[in-house]
Design a protein around this ligand. Structure first.
Ligand SMILES: *Cc1c(COP(=O)(O)O)cnc(C)c1O
Length: 351
């Protein structure tokens, strides 16, 4: 700290992302990256990047990308906002739409970036506890004032609400905004996106990081009524006109066109997830049902801290939080067959 720091720089408690180790022989199951490499169309698009594409500023409206996303969702480009990862999309939407006097309500075990934005933007954050089985108490959420913010499927639990449950929250109070963070859409949960045509108080955020295996590209988007999208665009254009560079725009369009890759890649992860769940249950783990590319597990007799350390010493890194209710849980990303096997071998040795 120095004399030049603002109060904001001093008081803000930043989000800490999962470790990105330099050691390459580690089995990295800690940040929910996809087990498979992205579509071959992505590398083709990269090979077609020209000097001229880089010489010029990119399209500030990412027109082709919005068009592509809108078509896939049966919406129009005016319903689509795109940004540098969904973290940026949510941060801009927070300033544009959530940071109103009535505050934001979320749940106690969820994405740990939400409290960081609440602090950064001076928003009152109300916390609704999850039920004993870690499911969302939909009726209690419905009683809550202010913007409702839910990751669906939730992270780190992996549990998902149905589209009907989201619709209940959306339609019961048209004067309240409901935000659904669908970062893990594509691994089995229902999407709320079809509701957008009928409700103007629903915002759905997505990312290419998880489902599309493009965490390194940094592209995310939001879907909603055009008045919501316009508000987010106004904040974006007051901050950065070009959040998505020319390479990312072209690569993202190419990736999204390859629906066959998506079908195959998602099915591969879902199959590996179900096999891993069976193996871990046979080793006395309680595993929450998952609609994501990760699982949330707790051993019946061994502590989370101990198992985290054992895995680490075997070169397998997973994610764990020193936080009430979940300190004995590990969040494990679904890896390749070989990676999942190394995880199981390491656990079998100690158990
Ligand atoms: C990973 C994740 C995000 C952010 O993803 P980006 O890489 O920034 O697009 C947002 N919400 C949840 C719940 C996530 O797990």
């Amino acid at each position: 700290m120095s004399q030049f720091w603002t109060d904001k720089a001093r008081d803000t408690v930043p989000y800490v992302p999962g470790e990105q180790p330099k050691q390459i022989d580690l089995v990295k199951l800690n940040t929910n990256e996809h087990a498979l490499p992205p579509s071959a169309a992505v590398l083709d698009a990269l090979r077609n990047v020209s000097g001229d594409m880089l010489r010029r500023y990119p399209d500030p409206d990412a027109t082709a990308l919005k068009q592509r996303i809108a078509e896939d969702e049966g919406l129009t480009p005016s319903n689509v906002f795109v940004g540098n990862g969904s973290d940026e999309v949510i941060a801009l939407a927070w300033q544009a739409l959530f940071a109103r006097p009535c505050g934001v309500t979320t749940v106690d075990v969820t994405y740990s970036f939400y409290p960081v934005w609440a602090q950064l933007y001076d928003t009152e954050l109300r916390i609704q506890p999850l039920q004993d089985d870690f499911s969302v108490d939909v009726e209690a959420m419905n009683q809550s004032q202010g913007t409702l913010l839910l990751a669906n499927p939730n992270a780190p639990t992996g549990l998902a609400l149905s589209c009907a449950e989201i619709e209940y929250l959306v339609q019961s109070r048209p004067d309240r905004l409901v935000v659904v963070d669908e970062a893990y859409q594509g691994f089995g949960a229902e999407t709320a996106a079809p509701l957008i045509a009928r409700y103007d108080n629903l915002l759905v955020t997505r990312t290419l990081s998880k489902t599309w295996s493009l965490a390194g590209l940094r592209v995310g988007y939001a879907l909603g009524h055009q008045d919501l999208v316009t508000a987010i665009s106004r904040i974006k254009d007051a901050f950065n006109s070009y959040p998505i560079d020319a390479v990312a725009q072209s690569v993202a369009v190419a990736a999204l066109q390859d629906r066959e890759w998506l079908r195959h890649a998602s099915a591969t992860v879902v199959k590996a997830r179900d096999e891993l769940i069976d193996s871990l249950r046979a080793m006395d783990f309680d595993v929450l049902p998952s609609a994501a590319n990760f699982i949330f597990v707790q051993h019946r007799t061994r502590s989370g801290e101990e198992l985290f350390g054992v895995l680490r010493s075997h070169g397998v890194i997973v994610r764990r939080w020193n936080q009430p209710r979940i300190e004995n849980f590990l969040r494990i990303t679904i890896g390749t067959e070989e990676q999942n096997q190394r995880l199981l071998v390491a656990l079998a040795e100690t158990l």
